[in-house]
Design a protein around this ligand. Structure first.
Ligand SMILES: Nc1nc2c(c(=O)[nH]1)N[C@H]1C(S)=C(S)[C@@H](COP(=O)(O)OP(=O)(O)OC[C@H]3O[C@@H](n4cnc5c(=O)[nH]c(N)nc54)[C@H](O)[C@@H]3O)O[C@H]1N2
Ligand SMILES: Nc1nc2c(c(=O)[nH]1)N[C@H]1C(S)=C(S)[C@@H](COP(=O)(O)OP(=O)(O)OC[C@H]3O[C@@H](n4cnc5c(=O)[nH]c(N)nc54)[C@H](O)[C@@H]3O)O[C@H]1N2
Ligand code: SF4
Ligand SMILES: [Mo]
Length: 738
């Protein structure tokens, strides 16, 4: 197809009247574009359902429409995930759509540095001209993209396919690197595929629930409600240096020293071995590496006395928890960012997986080594973003995988790169070295959330052209862009998300995007068209058509969803967990993996993987004596607050300005008064915040919520070598009165 790249003169031409270079296909589908009609105009006052667009719990919300526009929400009582519950963010999810700082037209930075409104056509021409010129001069490796776990799978897949197969990029990654990469790496190595095994029903059917580095009460409040529905009088054990809301509500809190998890988990495993609290039959039949693990545990410094000293915990408490794990009851082990965001997170996650394998706590109700995912569609990104793995969990490096995908998509095999993409930090290093010149950022706010911001600020200057595609023109990253593309958000577009328990759920368009903002899906269609590779995507003409393609690429994979016929089936089933291969006759609403003890390696066995703990990349010292812990501050704040910050209701529920939590003993020693200003400095930067005095935070550590931009000026660029996930949760800082 030949693309005409002639700009039109009339800047105010409404999108749907464009003729120019748009394909007929796009012109004929205005209803699916942001400017078009809402679905279901026949029933303008109906109620419809849509899965929430914040966290990976994946609650279903009932959306009440008036004149086809959403005006109110309530929690869906019939959905198997949330059973009529929702958290404050869910209840308030319509508010961010109406914010006054929505990006409503594309914006281009002029020579004086100001962002000015332009038409979509001008925006596309600018983006394509600049990116093509970079590609001509430096090759496809000089272009890269950074995306997200917060757009539907159909959009992620389109983006990944467009960038790699259409535009010839090699390197792209997403904010899921900041979040889930460790769990992915751990599962892949241990189970042979990235496969969280559980279903939420396990929260209710477990006798012993162990949460490692997870503050479920505020980060996944509806999962916590599921724990509260457990009628088995469970032991709830929390491993977290802070006495969090979750730790307070638990039956046992182990306030371990930051990053002493690995030694502690090995100590539990050693106690299991020493006391023969093992499921020997399971180990024999379904795992490999047991004798090596045993030797490692018994010969290493993982005895009770050494580990108690190292972790700052009581020997009796450690022993008691090991006994509970080895009790033969239904034990489930859950982890989130206290594990993943670490320089040795993959091994910590695998040490958790090992405990489940050693005790046979997998594949049965109330069990599992269960990574809890963060964003609404982080799980979709893990399978379908086409960044670090080829669509559907395939390998770029395997010829047979490339040929399978090329065949299904009807594209030339050599469109598919034969190498893996760089990870987020490697992409930014590529920018630093001047190898990457053009960057496209979609639905993530790098300038706030990426580790060690000083470095990022310098990187921006290295880029020739940076495009940011966001709902808001005010996000820190959009403010640094050369070109801003206005995107529709959750509620303004169609697609599917995959939640933490592998459940695919529907999200719907219930509101019109403002101005000329378009669904990311349509932006990708436009880019494909203007780039001149629209033909590759002829079949990708609606989210549901793309979903069909995803079901095809998944065939034969552990995540096979070829049995899902269409969106209507997902809705009528109350969401569908993967896998669901074609021909599945009947299936349960709650399904877990590995009921047959068969893992995804050819041997069918899971691997017991271990490695000695490493040194902290930046330990505290006399100059920087505090450990900085970072994480979520409240259930009403979402990440960089571009969305939750727009709700009048939510804003009342948390402090407006940056604060830290510090133990009253440390505060007293330093003469810091409650709510007074303090200066926190690290080797990277210095910030000011108010001090909230609370015994939640242990002596020697401070906690800073990640919702305020300041925090990542302090964090230290260190990464887990297996997963390349940033080590957000431990660096050395100094605190003093302002
Ligand atoms: N309200 C709200 N909910 C959210 C989000 C949000 O922004 N706001 N974000 C979503 C996303 S994307 C994610 S990834 C999840 C994150 O969910 P969580 O991981 O539950 O949240 P965090 O607060 O980042 O980290 C959890 C805990 O790890 C602890 N921790 C720090 N260092 C260590 C350590 O060395 N060992 C152990 N054992 N624990 C440690 C911290 O003290 C903290 O309490 O939340 C999701 N849900
Ligand atoms: N210090 C520290 N830093 C952290 C963490 C931590 O614990 N400590 N946690 C890390 C983790 S786990 C995560 S997940 C990241 C999150 O970091 P980010 O991804 O940077 O955070 P968000 O605020 O969710 O950014 C999403 C962006 O996408 C935009 N957006 C929302 N919906 C859409 C859409 O549909 N389309 C488009 N185009 N744009 C949209 C929003 O306006 C926002 O600008 O932060 C990481 N950073
Ligand atoms: S728990 Fe998560 S999915 Fe459920 S309503 Fe809250 S933010 Fe949405
Ligand atoms: Mo996350």
């Amino acid at each position: 197809m030949k693309t005409r790249l002639t700009p039109r003169s009339d800047k105010n031409t409404p999108f749907r009247q464009w003729t120019g270079p748009l394909t007929e296909e796009i012109v004929l589908r205005p209803a699916e574009f942001g400017l078009g009609q809402l679905p279901n105009p026949q029933q303008p006052d109906a109620t419809t359902e849509s899965v929430c667009g914040y966290c990976a719990t994946g609650c279903s919300l009932k959306v009440h429409l008036k004149d086809s526009e959403a005006f109110n929400l309530s929690a869906d009582a019939n959905y198997p995930v949330n059973l009529g519950m929702a958290c404050p963010k869910g209840w308030e999810s319509l508010a961010p759509l109406k914010a006054t700082d929505r990006a409503t037209t594309p914006l281009l930075r002029d020579a004086s540095g100001k962002l000015n409104p332009i038409t979509w056509e001008e925006a596309m021409l600018e983006m394509i001209t600049r990116f093509k010129s970079i590609k001509q001069r430096h090759g496809g490796r000089a272009l890269s993209w950074l995306s997200t776990g917060q757009i539907p799978s159909e959009e992620m897949a389109f983006l990944g396919a467009l960038c790699k197969f259409g535009m010839g990029m090699i390197h792209g990654d997403g904010n899921t690197r900041q979040c889930m990469a460790t769990a992915v790496a751990a599962y892949k190595e241990s189970f042979g595929f990235d496969a969280p095994p559980y279903t939420y029903q396990d929260f209710e059917e477990s006798d012993v629930l162990v949460f490692v580095g997870s503050n479920l009460c505020i980060t996944h409040p509806i999962m916590w409600q599921r724990v509260m529905r457990n009628r088995r009088n469970p032991e709830i054990i929390v491993l977290d240096p802070r006495r969090t809301e979750t730790a307070m509500a638990a039956t046992k809190h182990l306030p371990l020293r930051p990053k002493s998890d690995l030694a502690l988990l090995y100590c539990f495993a050693r106690l299991l071995v020493e006391n023969d609290w093992l499921d020997n039959d399971f180990i024999q039949a379904h795992t490999e590496g047991f004798s090596e693990l045993k030797e490692f545990l018994l010969n290493g410094p993982y005895d009770l006395a050494t580990v108690a000293e190292l972790s700052g915990l009581d020997q009796g408490a450690i022993f008691e928890v090991a006994r509970m794990i080895g009790s033969g009851k239904r034990v489930s082990l859950w982890w989130t960012m206290g594990v993943n965001q670490s320089y040795e997170g993959t091994r910590v996650a695998q040490a958790i997986i090992n405990l489940a394998l050693l005790t046979g706590n997998i594949g049965k109700p109330g069990t599992g080594a269960n990574s809890i995912t963060g964003q609404c569609n982080a799980m979709g990104s893990r399978l379908f973003s086409n960044s670090t793995n080829l669509l559907g969990g395939h390998k770029f490096t395997l010829a047979k995988d490339r040929s399978k995908i090329a065949g299904i998509l009807g594209i030339e095999e050599d469109c598919i790169p034969q190498e893996d993409s760089w990870a987020y930090d490697e992409i930014l290093e590529g920018v630093e070295r001047g190898e990457i010149k053009g960057l496209w950022i979609i639905a993530t706010n790098t300038a706030h959330s990426w580790i060690n911001q000083n470095r990022w600020n310098k990187l921006r200057e290295q880029l020739d052209f940076m495009v940011v595609q966001d709902m808001y023109h005010t996000s820190e990253t959009a403010q640094m862009a050369d070109l801003v593309l206005p995107a529709a958000g959750w509620g303004e577009k169609e697609g599917t998300f995959i939640n933490s328990e592998r459940r695919i759920g529907r999200t719907r368009k219930v509101s019109r995007a403002p101005g000329q903002a378009l669904a990311d899906f349509h932006i990708f269609q436009l880019v494909a068209h203007y780039w001149g590779c629209g033909e590759l995507f002829n079949r990708w003409n609606s989210p549901e058509a793309v979903f069909k393609i995803l079901t095809e690429v998944s065939k034969g994979q552990p995540c096979d969803i070829s049995g899902i016929k269409d969106y209507a089936m997902i809705e009528s089933e109350g969401g569908i967990q993967w896998p669901l291969p074609e021909g599945t006759e009947a299936f349960d609403t709650q399904r877990r993996l590995f009921a047959d003890g068969q893992f995804f390696y050819p041997s069918g066995r899971a691997k017991l993987i271990f490695e000695a703990p490493r040194k902290l990349p930046e330990a505290t010292d006399v100059e920087y004596p505090f450990t900085l812990l970072t994480g979520r501050g409240s259930s009403s704040q979402w990440h960089t607050q571009t969305r939750t910050g727009k709700s009048d209701v939510l804003r009342k529920l948390y402090p407006a300005k940056s604060y830290i939590e510090i133990n009253p003993k440390d505060a007293e020693r330093l003469g810091i008064e409650s709510e007074s200003k303090v200066v926190i400095s690290s080797r990277r930067g210095e910030i000011t915040a108010s001090a909230h005095l609370t015994p939640i935070t242990p002596v020697g550590s401070i906690f800073a919520p990640m919702h305020y931009r300041e925090v990542n000026q302090l964090t230290h660029s260190s990464f887990d070598p297996q997963s390349r996930q940033p080590n957000y949760k431990a660096c050395a800082v100094q605190v003093c009165k302002a």
